[in-house]
Write a protein that binds this ligand. Structure first.
Ligand SMILES: *Cc1c(COP(=O)(O)O)cnc(C)c1O
Length: 385
């Protein structure tokens, strides 16, 4: 494949930007015209690549981006993104100048913070803020109407602040039992009722809520996991109103192939022993790539067949049992499709007893990301950024 010229190892992730676009379009088609999509691209776009995903999402109709930290917002600005960006996590009061200079919107939820931030704002500055309400997530946010009233006044009294938005976050929108969601939703509406004026953006829904609860749209939804083609939870899988297209594929290649005899051992601790004559292949991916040791025994796809990872996973390499002798250079699929077989991100998550969100996030930056659209590799220039 042509991409081999751009890096020097035989392990890579393929990110299908066509899938990202389709997922955003599918969400957008369900929303009324006055509801905007905030594409959540924190954590390097859940490990998919911040700049490429942001561009694809904006092209597909998202109008706002959201990240967790100022550093992530700056990374996007430095790569040329001009769309509005909201920092969802806490920003230090002394860093507000950076936000002003780069037109980055930030989240506020403490009076003392607002007071302190004033010391760092010049008369002509305009700091765009969204107030965060804690309606039951118990993470960050204002929890009482009284505090919200005071906060709104503080912000509206000072021309250097522009109160552009207000939002909350649901803790259980992906669970079939809707009662806690309902409780948070009603508390949010109740808290909004004390505002002197509604800001431009009122938003509450993550992917799960946006796919299930139209009453909680307000005028923007924050779409993360669904954009990447992954289900917010297994229990709500049946309630997803369209097909999500998984964008993340992880591949490697056989770099060594050998025949073992009965009793021959494989890897640290000699935990694997050949049962008879066996073909064993080595692939250059290990726990330093996020392919962690718990994945010992997990299957991978080679020549369209499922085969197991045998022996301990090393830092940079691991071994698989081949169905028969295969040439060096044969592609091995760890996540994704090979002919009629498919290993999904959910399959890996199940094996690791975790959630799908965690899987692409922990595939290390040491694994190069390649970008595909219409079946072809694109965006190599950005990959080199
Ligand atoms: C991460 C995050 C989201 C996105 O959630 P998904 O479940 O991935 O859609 C939305 N809002 C906030 C505040 C977040 O932290």
């Amino acid at each position: 494949m042509e991409e081999q010229g751009y890096f020097f190892r035989d392990t890579w992730a393929e990110i299908d930007l066509g899938c990202i676009s389709e997922n955003i379009s599918s969400v957008k088609n369900r929303l009324p015209n006055d509801v905007e999509i905030i594409a959540v691209v924190k954590a390097n776009a859940y490990g998919h690549g911040d700049i490429q995903v942001s561009k694809a999402a904006l092209e597909a109709g998202a109008t706002y981006l959201a990240v967790a930290f100022m550093d992530e917002a700056m990374a996007l600005r430095n790569k040329g993104i001009q769309a509005p960006i909201l920092v969802l996590g806490a920003t230090r009061a002394k860093d507000v100048q950076i936000a002003v200079e780069h037109n980055i919107s930030i989240t506020v939820f403490q009076m003392d913070w607002v007071q302190e931030a004033k010391n760092y704002l010049k008369d002509t500055d305009k700091l765009v803020v969204h107030i965060k309400l804690d309606t039951g997530m118990g993470r960050i946010g204002i929890r009482s109407k009284e505090e919200l009233k005071t906060m709104e006044q503080m912000l509206r009294m000072d021309k250097r602040f522009y109160l552009e938005g207000i939002y909350t976050h649901f803790a259980t929108a992906d669970e079939l039992d809707r009662s806690y969601f309902e409780q948070q939703f009603h508390l949010f509406k109740d808290m909004l009722s004390v505002l002197l004026e509604r800001p431009k953006y009122v938003h509450s829904s993550n992917s799960a809520a946006a796919l299930r609860f139209s009453q909680a749209y307000f005028n923007a939804v924050r779409i993360g996991i669904a954009m990447y083609g992954l289900t917010p939870s297994l229990e709500m899988e049946q309630e997803i109103p369209f097909t999500l297209k998984e964008a993340f594929t992880l591949r490697s290649k056989l770099i060594h192939v050998k025949k073992l005899q009965q009793g021959d051992k494989v890897s640290y601790g000699s935990t694997y022993e050949a049962n008879g004559e066996e073909w064993i292949g080595t692939i250059p991916i290990g726990y330093a790539d996020g392919w962690i040791r718990r994945l010992q025994g997990m299957e991978v796809l080679v020549d369209g067949k499922r085969v197991p990872i045998v022996g301990r996973i090393c830092m940079d390499q691991c071994m698989i049992r081949l169905p028969y002798a295969l040439p060096i250079g044969t592609t091995v699929t760890l996540i994704g499709i090979d002919r009629n077989e498919f290993i999904s991100v959910n399959d890996i998550a199940k094996r690791l007893e975790t959630i799908n969100y965690e899987v692409p996030c922990i595939i290390a930056s040491r694994v190069p990301r390649l970008y595909k659209k219409d079946g072809k590799i694109v965006d190599l220039k950005n990959y080199l950024l």
